[in-house]
Structure formats: structure tokens, C-alpha cells
Design a protein around this ligand. Structure first.
Ligand code: NAP
Length: 618
């Protein structure tokens, strides 16, 4: 199959092995194979890959909230507050908590959902868990004293934790749920934002914090006919347990006599497929690109260990995880999960090639080689677990690690050993259409009762598309027009002509494996700015043109550095489905370098305490 030098004497194929058993000899073979796999998929992606689920229109039913009981009863609100926080997920909650910690409690949190939780409010599909360990993922663990029950806890535990955090920090009394922002405009004379909603609210706020739902606005594949399907269908983030039976732990008993299809094998598909496979009469998995699957290694929390953790452990563990996972740093990587194991393997290879100070060439060569070796190990693991060689071949991924989010699961691959589970590879022959009866690929129609869309979220769209509203800033400047050719901010937080409006999330910020840590840093940074303005009676802040241009240049420089990598990657969320020159996508338009460098830079800026790069209105 390929030229490899077997450096071991063992032929054992342990499905849980973590150390690559073979050294890669022929880099060219892998380069060719990976390019072939990418090129196969490229024509089936691009601009039409997805269609957004709108608040109205044909597909709006896919956005309906299956979790809420009743609708908002609160009358329209015309209050004036210091801070309006849009979004009640981790980001909005952290903003509220950080404000509260500074004694600033004049804020209001709005969310279209009916409770706190954001991602964890919406995503309640069976099998959902966090995919970085809960000890670094869950926020405020030292404040609350909460002990996660497992290394990777269920989504229901995270959702419940969000509710308890909101109670502990009195956030419920400052929240308006089932409320969708429809627009906002800046009142220069009063130095206030007027934020309007679909419930008739017109809230006036000195500062507005926005976090536009990274994993809450669903998207569907760009396939014709979705609305013509006569069976049942839903997106994974709007799971219909009335139809499937069961709950987040499984027990989907009502599927026993149902023919089910699922489209998508990303991080969500990987978690939901084992549950569907266990209960459905039959399951057809439509897969365009396989996710790389490493062992999960979940375990109950060791209480003795947890209770022995010293003060300050949480921040320290989060920082170490970021460093180890993102930059292959030599820090003591106490987390030691799949992310870190891969990073350590690469680090070992680099050291082997060039010692402590490798040349750039040695570094690049070692990283490429060790990546192939790592993936050979994971492909061997597929062969060891999946009994049917044809299915196994389809489940092997051929792209560099980090072209897509790595998957970790102990029950995904075994699910394909059930005779009732089929896999349809749509990499070359895409899904043609959805009909009244089912899904058509080539000349075959797969008739099913239920279609589950595990097709992700509207991450690759422009900021205003994702947010679902537009913003009118100083002198009537329209945000969607300003961002029409690309996002433009200072440090990812503020944009000229839109004073006191903060953009949090993946907006010219940084790439991290643990998004919860990014949120934590962003909330603290934003609240520092708001607190300083309120204390020093600064009415408005916005970046100077020079500062914003400088940050755009920095971000563009980082994007340029990643350009070649993005080009060679298989199409996906991280490279904007292969559209690497489309600068409108907030994710691909550019992020700063490693998370910890970005966080250090922000911290230094706060310590300087000069509001460098900002123009102030007093
Ligand atoms: P996703 O990564 O965007 O995956 C979408 C899936 O749909 C991909 O497998 C994609 O195939 C497939 N797809 C789209 N159009 C298709 C078509 N026409 N035919 C066949 N397949 C099609 O979405 P996700 O799995 O929901 O994950 C989104 C993000 O949420 C992840 O990156 C992760 O950060 C986060 N997440 C986290 C957790 C966790 O922490 N536990 C769990 C789930 C998700 P291609 O790969 O070929 O594009």
C-alpha cells in the first residue's frame, strides 16, 4: 500500500495504542494521497456547501426551540443600563460574572434561548459531552468549588452547571430570555446604544457586549429538496426527543422501528452516531470526510486528586493545556490527553531531528513526518476495530491533524460493526438531493423515516450574518458594510465608528483548542475596559484608525503564514471550505498566533493601563 519502514518487531494492533508503531519513509506518497483526497472533495464544497437556517423562510422550522416551554411573558423593556450583554452562553455569563466581581451590577443579559448555557442550552443530542477535559473546560471551578463528575462530562451536567453558576452570581435577575436582538444604533449625543428586539424592547446601554453564538445557529447542507422530505427531520442542536424517545444518555426506544439517516461526521456526528446505531432499526451514515478518531479515555473524577489541587490550579492548568496543545511547548503537560499526546509526539520528533535548536527545515520535516506517523497509527486503529474492511477503508482520514478538529471516541468506530449500520461515502459522488422519501446519491435513493442533520453551525459566515442583526454606528456607519470585505477590529474587541461595542469570540482573536479559556480572557479584558471607563467617566472608546489598521495588518500576517497550510488542508470549517481567500469569514480571515501569546499581549496592555490605540471621548 505504501512505503514505510517498520521499526518495530511487533505486529500487534492494539486499538488503544498511543505510540505510532511505524516510521514514515516516503513523504511523497502521503503528500500525493492527501492531495488526492482533498481534490476529490473540493468540487463538492465551496460557496454552496451550506445553507443557513434563518429566523424565517422555508427552513425556519429547523431553528425552532424544542426545549422552551411557553414564550416570553415579560413586557417590553426600555430600561437604561451600563452594559447590555447579548448572549447567555459561557461568554455572556463570564461577562456578567466579571462585572459582578467588580461590583458593576447594572447590566442586562439577552438571549433568544429560554435559559443560560448557549451551546449547552441548544446542544442536547444523545451522547453530547465536552471534548476537552472538563477540568480545563468548565469555567469558575475554583469560585464554585464544583467537582465535575467525570473527565469528559455530559452536556446535561454542563448545562446544569451553567444554571447553578447563574444562580450563584445572581444572573437570572438580570436576564431576559426568548428575546432576539433585531438591531442597534448609536446615539452620539447621549453616548448610548439603543438595542431593539423582536419583543419590542428598546434598551439603552453605555456598553454592549456581543458574542454571536458560535455553536448555536444551525446550518444545513446546500442540498436541494430538504423541505420536501415527508418523513421527520431535525438538526442535532434541536434534537426532538418526542420523536426519538430517550434523552441525552441514550435510550432512543422510539427509533426501534425507524430507518434513520444522519448527514455529517464531525465532532457532533461522532458523538451522536453510536446512540442512533444502538436504537435505530437501521442507520445510514452519509459521510463526506472522516473525522480522525483517537481513544476517548473518559473516567470518573479522582476525588482525592481533585481535592488535593492547590489554590490557583485552574488558571494554571488551563494555561498549560493551551501551551501544550497549541504550540508544542515543553511545559509540563499535566493534562496528557489526546491533544497533548499528539503534541508531545511531534515535539519528540522535532527534538530527534534537530535537538533543542532545530533548523526551520528540520522542524517542518519532523512535524510533517510525525503527523503522518500519528495518522498511520489512527488508521491502524480503524482496521483493528472495524471488522468490515470496506467500511474500515471509508472511515480512515487522510489529512494533516488540525486540518479538522480531532475526534476522540471509544464507541464511534465499534458502532459500524453492527449490520444495521451502513456508511455512504459522499466524497466523490455527493448527495444529489433530498426527496419526499429520502436521500439520493448517484442513482440510489436511500428511503428513510428520519433524517438527522449533524451539519454544524454558521461559523464561516460574516459577523452580521451570524449575529442575525445589523448595527448603525457613528455618523450612520453600517457594520455589515464595514465588514463586507472582512472583519476589522483592534485586538479583536473594538471597531472604529462603533464605540463601546465589544466583539467577543473568534473575531480577529486567537486560535485555541479550549474555547472556554479564550472566553475567560476576553471577558476579563472587556470588563477591565468597561470598568475603567465607568470609573474615569470616559463616555466612549473606539480604536484609532492607525491602531485598527495595525491590528488588521498583524492578523493578515498571521493569515498569510497559515495560507499554505490552509491550502493543502482538506476543505472544512477551519479553511472556510477551501475558500481561503474569502476574507469575510471571521474564522479564516485571521486569528492571532498561539493563544497564550495573545493572552500575554492583552495582559500587558491592561497592565500598561493607558488604553493604547484607543480614542477616548470624555
Ligand atoms: P462540523 O464540524 O461543521 O461538521 C459538519 C459535518 O457535516 C461535516 O462532517 C461535513 O462534512 C458534513 N457535511 C456538510 N455538508 C455535507 C454534505 N452535503 N454531504 C455530506 N456531509 C456533509 O459540525 P459539528 O460536528 O456540529 O461540529 C462543530 C463544532 O462544534 C466542532 O468543530 C467543535 O468545535 C464543536 N463541537 C464540540 C463538541 C464538544 O465539545 N463535545 C461536540 C460537538 C461539536 P465535511 O467534513 O466533509 O465538511
Amino acid at each position: 500500500m505504501m512505503t514505510l519502514t517498520d521499526t518495530t518487531t511487533t505486529t500487534t494492533r492494539d486499538p488503544h495504542l498511543w505510540v505510532p508503531q511505524r516510521k514514515v519513509d516516503d513523504l511523497e506518497w502521503f503528500r500525493r494521497k492527501y492531495a488526492e483526497e482533498r481534490d476529490k472533495r473540493l468540487p463538492n464544497t465551496g460557496a454552496d456547501t451550506y445553507q443557513a437556517v434563518g429566523f424565517d423562510g422555508d427552513l425556519a422550522a429547523f431553528d425552532a426551540d424544542p426545549h422552551a416551554t411557553g414564550t416570553r411573558t415579560a413586557p417590553p423593556c426600555t430600561a437604561e443600563v451600563d452594559v447590555l450583554i447579548i448572549g447567555a452562553g459561557f461568554m455572556g455569563m463570564s461577562a456578567g460574572i466579571e462585572l459582578t466581581k467588580r461590583g458593576r451590577t447594572d447590566f442586562l443579559i439577552l438571549d433568544v434561548a429560554a435559559d443560560f448555557g448557549g451551546t449547552w442550552y441548544w446542544n442536547r443530542y444523545p451522547g453530547v459531552r465536552c471534548d476537552v477535559e472538563s477540568y480545563v473546560y468548565l469555567p469558575y471551578l475554583e469560585d464554585t468549588g464544583y467537582i465535575p463528575t467525570e473527565r469528559y462530562v455530559r452536556g446535561s451536567e454542563i448545562f446544569a452547571y451553567c444554571q447553578s453558576l447563574a444562580k450563584q452570581f445572581d444572573l437570572y435577575e438580570r436576564a431576559l430570555f426568548q428575546t432576539r436582538v433585531t438591531g442597534m444604533e448609536w446615539d452620539e449625543a447621549a453616548a448610548r446604544w439603543i438595542v431593539r428586539t423582536d419583543a419590542g424592547d428598546a434598551v439603552r446601554a453605555r456598553f454592549v457586549s456581543t458574542q454571536s453564538g458560535t455553536f448555536s445557529r444551525p446550518q444545513l447542507p446546500g442540498i436541494p429538496g430538504i423541505e420536501t422530505f415527508a418523513g421527520h427531520s431535525f438538526h442535532t442542536s434541536r434534537w426532538d426527543y418526542d420523536y426519538t424517545g430517550g434523552d441525552i444518555t441514550g435510550n432512543l426506544e422510539k427509533l426501534r422501528d425507524k430507518r434513520v439517516a444522519i448527514i455529517g461526521t464531525g465532532a457532533t456526528g461522532v458523538q451522536a452516531i453510536p446512540q442512533l446505531a444502538e436504537y435505530a432499526q437501521s442507520l445510514v451514515v452519509f459521510q463526506r470526510t472522516p473525522t480522525q478518531i483517537a481513544p476517548r479515555e473518559n473516567a470518573p473524577t479522582d476525588l482525592e486528586w481533585f481535592r488535593s489541587l492547590p489554590e490557583g490550579w485552574h488558571q494554571a492548568r488551563r494555561a498549560t493545556f493551551d501551551k501544550c496543545a497549541m504550540d508544542r511547548a515543553t511545559a509540563d503537560c499535566e493534562v496528557d490527553d489526546g491533544w497533548i499526546k499528539f503534541a508531545k509526539y511531534q515535539l519528540g520528533a522535532i527534538f530527534e531531528a534537530g535537538g533543542a535548536e532545530p533548523t526551520l527545515e528540520q522542524l517542518m520535516d519532523a512535524m510533517e513526518r510525525s503527523d503522518y506517523e500519528w495518522n498511520e497509527m489512527l488508521r491502524d486503529r480503524v482496521d483493528a476495530i472495524v471488522e468490515d474492511p470496506e467500511k474500515a477503508e471509508k472511515l480512515k482520514s487522510y489529512y494533516r491533524t488540525m486540518c479538522k478538529r480531532p475526534g476522540f471516541s471509544d464507541d464511534f468506530l465499534p458502532a459500524f460493526n453492527r449490520d444495521s449500520v451502513t456508511i455512504v461515502d459522499t466524497s466523490e459522488t455527493p448527495i444529489d438531493r433530498i426527496t419526499e422519501r429520502g436521500i439520493v446519491v448517484g442513482d440510489h435513493e436511500y428511503e428513510v423515516d428520519l433524517i438527522v442533520f449533524a451539519t454544524g453551525f454558521q461559523i464561516g459566515r460574516t459577523w452580521t450574518d451570524r449575529a442575525g442583526y445589523d448595527v448603525v454606528g457613528r455618523d450612520g456607519r453600517i457594520l455589515s458594510e464595514k465588514f463586507a470585505t472582512g472583519t476589522s477590529t483592534y485586538h479583536g474587541f473594538l471597531s472604529e465608528d462603533f464605540p463601546n461595542l465589544f466583539f467577543l469570540g473568534f473575531v480577529q482573536s486567537t486560535a485555541v483548542s479550549n474555547i472556554a479559556n479564550l472566553i475567560d480572557h476576553q471577558a476579563r479584558h472587556m470588563v477591565y475596559m468597561i470598568d475603567k471607563c465607568l470609573t474615569e467617566q470616559i463616555k466612549a472608546i473606539q480604536p484609532t484608525s492607525e491602531a485598527e489598521a495595525g491590528w488588521n495588518e498583524t492578523i493578515a500576517g498571521h493569515a498569510e503564514m497559515r495560507r499554505d497550510w490552509n491550502r493543502t488542508c482538506t476543505p472544512g470549517q477551519y479553511n472556510n471550505e477551501g475558500r481561503i481567500d474569502d476574507k469575510r469569514s471571521t474564522l479564516v480571515a485571521g486569528l492571532y498566533g498561539p493563544g497564550y501569546e495573545y493572552f500575554d499581549m492583552l495582559q500587558q496592555w491592561r497592565e500598561d493601563d493607558r488604553f493604547d490605540g484607543l480614542a477616548l471621548t470624555r
